[in-house]
Design a binder for this molecule. Structure first.
Ligand SMILES: [Zn+2]
Length: 596
């Protein structure tokens, strides 16, 4: 992957540095120019006077006046320089990203009524400290809160961000179990069918229009689940968000875009927690939180992920392990509540947690964020602002010059282009020119999913322009209707890999930028066996990847699902944190609307 600054926006080529007047007030800039003009005119007048009369013969009055005028204008110049650059420098200071902390609770134990009380107390403990957390609620948990008449718990939860954590969590088949042998589209449909009702219940019972995020039960992950999020109402600010921990995919322990969603996942050393039941864990946990904050501060900011389950305060064993361990699937009538902690143990755990929170609050520069804040903290400028003509030329140039046809994420300024973004934008641009229209820059990417099947292995090397033109028209039609990268691109009866087609598109755009016309006479060179570099961030299928979760059968594997996950590497790219000043005002109000 290209070297990318994940932390803050690099200045675009030719844009303002800290001393650039473009970043300051226009009035001060005018004063600065006027004073420069003043210094120049004073100097010229002095020179003219001395030239015509000679320095010795010039009157003392003239000499003094000329010197004073020069001095006065110099002082003005320096003052204006100070005023004009100060805001720019201060802006640089403001732009220094903070250390964000996302605190999330998988709220899932629908068997223990004591878990309702633990959830209520956690909500209140956080609200008393003015901290908004993200509660990812299981569909069945929302339903039992309603059935048990716990309006107090529902009202307390509503002061926080509401996410989703599956309909029944650990009842078999779990998401990976039912997605394992699905393809792309039927997998999205299966996830929507299994989980959509639960998501609707959480939205209805908690009184929220949109769920802030989803995260899988245990390790029961699948790429089709991520793509299905808009269909089940998980899209704060219109952007699907995925918040959890796990290892199937990850990007340098920072937030990333993947399969159309903003993912806070696999944060590795930036994910921390304590065992609230273990007195020995508190001090090391506090130290670890401080160390992460110090390290991220040195890296100019970042995101810390901390998660708990309300049931950790009240149970001796996880509620689902008691019932659904290693593929067990007792009927609802036989579900058992897990063994509970004593009141004293629960109380001590709350005290420990309060101590842990207060420690994190005291770390300088930390800021609590929720899943619902993520789309504003990590805007995707390729979608919102779009690619400039220079960006597109640069994309084509870099793809064409990449050694060994290695297709990778490309970062230009604060805009980060996934391989799928590159294919979408270049296809649309070549299609416009082919249709005899000017490309309407900036060109926004709507966002494509990756292909739904591995590419064909056949390769064609050279094509006449008309065969390539017709293939491009076919790809354009495909992406407009299917919103994903085609698994194969047809050149008449032959199918080639979409990566090879992208390499050819880049060559065509390069030619167009250099010559102002398409290579109608020259024809097109297709790539051969282009590789998708971000595939390296998708895990290999191993017995532990899914079988490591105690609810799945030992050694349970999902190789087909991981193959689809690898194909979605087309969409993988780092999420770039907005400058801190940009997002603050746009963040949502901290308390949602009053319950109905
Ligand atoms: Zn869970």
């Amino acid at each position: 992957m290209n070297r990318i600054d994940f932390r803050w926006h690099e200045p675009s080529s030719g844009s303002a540095g800290p001393f650039d007047l473009q970043t300051s007030s226009p009035i001060l800039s005018i004063l600065f120019i006027l004073s420069m003009f003043g210094v120049l005119t004073a100097w010229l007048r002095l020179k003219a006077e001395l030239h015509t009369r000679g320095f010795k013969r010039a009157s003392n009055m003239v000499k003094r006046f000329a010197h004073l005028a020069l001095l006065w204008r110099l002082v003005w110049l320096l003052a204006c320089l100070g005023f004009t650059t100060a805001p720019a420098l201060a802006g640089t200071e403001r732009a220094r990203p903070e250390i964000d902390v996302i605190l999330w609770f998988d709220t899932e134990d629908y068997l223990s009524p004591a878990d309702d009380d633990a959830t209520l107390r956690l909500c209140q403990l956080l609200t008393a400290r003015d901290i908004r957390a993200t509660f990812k609620i299981v569909g069945e948990k929302a339903r039992v809160l309603e059935q048990r008449g716990r309006r107090d718990v529902i009202a307390a939860l509503r002061r926080h961000d509401i996410g989703f954590h599956g309909n029944l969590h650990s009842v078999h088949p779990t998401p990976t179990e039912y997605l394992a042998d699905c393809g792309w589209l039927d997998g999205i449909a299966e996830f929507t069918r299994h989980e959509g009702g639960g998501a609707a219940d959480v939205r209805r019972i908690l009184g929220v229009e949109t769920l802030a995020c989803y995260g899988q039960p245990g390790s029961s992950w699948g790429p089709q689940a991520i793509a299905a999020l808009p269909a089940i109402g998980v899209a704060p600010h219109g952007v699907p968000c995925y918040v959890d921990d796990g290892s199937p995919v990850g990007l340098d322990h920072r937030p990333f875009w993947y399969a159309g969603a903003l993912n806070v996942f696999n944060l590795g050393p930036n994910c921390t927690r304590i065992n609230v039941q273990d007195p020995e864990d508190l001090e090391p946990g506090k130290r670890q939180a401080s160390e992460i904050a110090t390290r991220l501060g040195g890296e100019c900011g970042g995101l810390i992920s901390i998660y708990f389950h309300p049931c950790e305060w009240i149970h001796q064993e996880f509620w689902d392990g008691v019932n659904f361990k290693r593929g067990a699937n007792p009927p609802r009538e036989q579900w058992k509540a897990p063994p509970q902690r004593t009141a004293a143990e629960t109380e001590a755990a709350f005290q420990r947690f309060a101590d842990y929170l207060d420690h994190i609050r005291s770390i300088p520069g930390v800021r609590w964020v929720t899943a619902g804040d993520l789309p504003l903290l990590y805007p995707d400028e390729v979608r919102t602002t779009g690619a400039t003509a220079n960006d597109l030329a640069e994309l084509a140039r870099r793809i064409s010059s990449s050694p060994g046809r290695a297709l990778d994420v490309i970062s230009i300024g604060s805009r980060v282009y996934s391989v799928a973004d590159q294919l979408e934008l270049l296809t649309r641009a070549v299609h416009e020119v082919d249709a005899g229209r000017a490309v309407n820059f900036p060109l926004k990417a709507l966002g494509l999913f990756g292909p739904d099947a591995p590419p064909p292995t056949d390769a064609i090397t050279n094509l006449n322009w008309f065969a390539f033109r017709d293939a491009t028209r076919g790809v354009f039609q495909f992406i407009v209707t299917e919103h994903r990268v085609p698994a194969r691109v047809f050149i008449g009866a032959d199918a080639v890999a979409p990566g090879d087609f992208l390499a050819a598109l880049a060559g065509v755009w390069d030619f167009y930028v250099a010559n102002g016309k398409l290579p109608i006479k020259q024809g097109v060179t297709l790539g051969s066996h282009a590789s998708i570099v971000p595939e390296k961030y998708v895990a290999q299928d191993t017995p532990e990847l899914f079988g490591g979760w105690i609810i799945h059968k030992a050694g349970f594997r999902a190789p087909k699902l991981m193959e689809l996950a690898r194909l979605q590497a087309w969409t993988l790219k780092p999420a770039v944190r907005a400058l801190s000043g940009e997002s603050t005002s746009a963040l949502p109000a901290s308390v949602p609307e009053v319950p109905k």
